[in-house]
Design a protein around this ligand. Structure first.
Ligand code: ATP
Ligand code: MG
Length: 443
């Protein structure tokens, strides 16, 4: 028979397992926890959309649309694109579902996104983003809230040290036009020294030259005029409200007048959380205000602001994640103990105790494995034990052991489950809060 070749994984994709998986999951858990603290609702959206959703809103001249999208024709002849980011899809959903009635709407989502890029550390073709958006709020308080949310998430993950919030304003339409003219005048003087990519940008979107990573462009981009001289008083006022809000919320930031965003739809606030701990892929979270986007999708003028972060990049910054916690391991001493073991396993798991049992191996090997799993206790179920209706519980860390009557395992049930359940109930948080504030519930 011919040898069967195993299909290869797709370049730029990852199989996330073990310690990597645990760090990945921690990012998503922290994100879900913090979004609840900020009263954001979760939405789940399709992985693919009509190509127009991205082409129109992100901008035809951006890297994402011009080089990085996974676009294909389906069997019905429609042009579909695997989402390269979330914002455009969230705005499409806002319009096609009539969510205007709920505006302003605070939404989060997360999942896989796809970009045809050159794979390297921290840069993949399928990667994952967490994403937060506020649609229908023109107030600077929305920008402040999103930035405080991002900042608290980084603190929650323990990675805020060494990550800096860089902030800029791209102004309103009038500001942008004036700044754009000043930029074009500056870049025109250096036409001969710019990279080929930037020459194209000069015609189509000169602001993006500021963002260029090409070393030929850097000195010219760094010497380009700042937006500040062109800010209208409205745009300046808006930016001041955002920075004052951040100060009041205790969110540290620095101004980066060179910061522009890769996508065309941004206005006013633009920001990136940047670290030097990830080499060239140093931006972990980025976003801004996109007041023109919904119109570009055929909707009414609607303000929006949001951010996205790469889950892989955040996960790379985390300390090694602890192994999953196994509390108990049940050890059957021989086949005749299987029935009692299965029953005990079911009792413990239904009571909310993380419990494992190896499928094979003698007593010694099973105990060694329980040790390696970092379990707290091993419960040995032998024939003699079944006879006496009591099991031997071994405390693995100390090595001490004692006999426990079988009936006690069943009794444990309700109290453990209650404790596990209460931990994440908002009701118990309010009780603690009310007590801490010293206010009576019935006043
Ligand atoms: P970069 O300049 O690194 O290409 P970007 O400006 O294209 O980033 P955004 O579109 O703002 O990135 O996406 C938000 C976040 O998603 C980034 O800050 C980064 O953390 C992450 N990200 C972007 N592209 C990739 C990728 N190819 N692989 C992994 N993470 C990515
Ligand atoms: Mg990119």
């Amino acid at each position: 028979m011919a040898r069967i070749e195993t299909p290869r994984p797709i370049r730029g994709t990852q199989d996330i397992f073990g310690d990597e998986q645990r760090r990945f999951a921690r990012v998503l858990e922290a994100f879900d926890h913090v979004r609840k603290l900020y009263a954001f609702q979760r939405v789940d959206l399709p992985v693919f959309e009509d190509t127009q959703v991205f082409a129109r809103s992100i901008g035809e001249t951006t890297d994402v649309v011009s080089k990085e999208m996974y676009t294909f024709e389906d069997r019905g002849g429609d042009s579909l694109t695997l989402r390269p980011e979330f914002t455009a899809g969230v705005c499409r959903a806002y319009l096609t579902n009539g969510w205007q009635q709920h505006a302003p709407l605070k939404l989060v989502t997360s999942g896989a996104v796809f970009r045809y890029e050159r794979p390297q550390k921290g840069r993949y073709r399928q990667f994952h983003q967490i994403d937060a958006e506020v649609i229908g709020a023109a107030e600077p308080a929305a920008d402040v809230e999103l930035l405080a949310f991002a900042d608290q998430l980084l603190h929650e993950l323990g990675i805020a040290d060494g990550v800096t919030l860089q902030l800029n304003t791209l102004g309103d339409a009038e500001t942008r036009d004036a700044w754009r003219n000043a930029l074009v005048a500056h870049f025109e003087k250096h036409r001969g020294e710019l990279s080929e990519d930037s020459l194209v940008r000069l015609d189509k979107n000169p602001m993006r030259i500021l963002d260029s990573k090409d070393p030929r462009d850097r000195p010219i981009a760094d010497a380009a005029p700042d937006i500040d001289a062109h800010l209208t008083s409205e745009a300046g006022d808006f930016f001041e409200k955002v920075t004052k809000g951040l100060d009041a919320a205790g969110v540290k930031w620095t101004r980066n007048g060179r910061l522009v965003r890769g996508l065309d739809y941004y206005r006013h606030t633009a920001f990136e959380f940047v670290t030097d701990r990830l080499g060239a892929q140093g931006t972990v979270l980025a976003g801004g205000r996109y007041d023109g986007l919904i119109e570009s999708l055929g909707g009414p003028a609607t303000p929006g602001v949001g951010w996205a972060a790469g889950v892989e990049r955040l996960a790379m910054l985390l300390e090694q994640a602890p192994e999953p916690e196994i509390v108990a391991v049940v050890v059957p001493a021989g086949d005749s103990a299987m029935e009692a073991t299965t029953k005990l396993l079911a009792t413990l798991r239904r009571a909310g105790v993380p419990t494992d049992m190896a499928f094979r191996g003698n007593l010694k090997r099973r105990l060694a494995k329980a040790d390696a799993q970092n379990a707290h206790i091993a419960i040995i179920v032998g024939e003699a034990e079944i006879e006496k209706q009591e099991y031997t519980v071994k405390i693995l860390r100390s090595g001490g052991q004692q006999a426990v009557p079988a009936g006690r395992f069943a009794a444990v049930q309700s109290s453990v489950r209650q404790a596990a359940w209460e931990r994440d109930k908002a009701a118990s948080v309010s009780t603690v809060l009310v007590n801490a504030l010293g206010i009576g519930e019935d006043e």
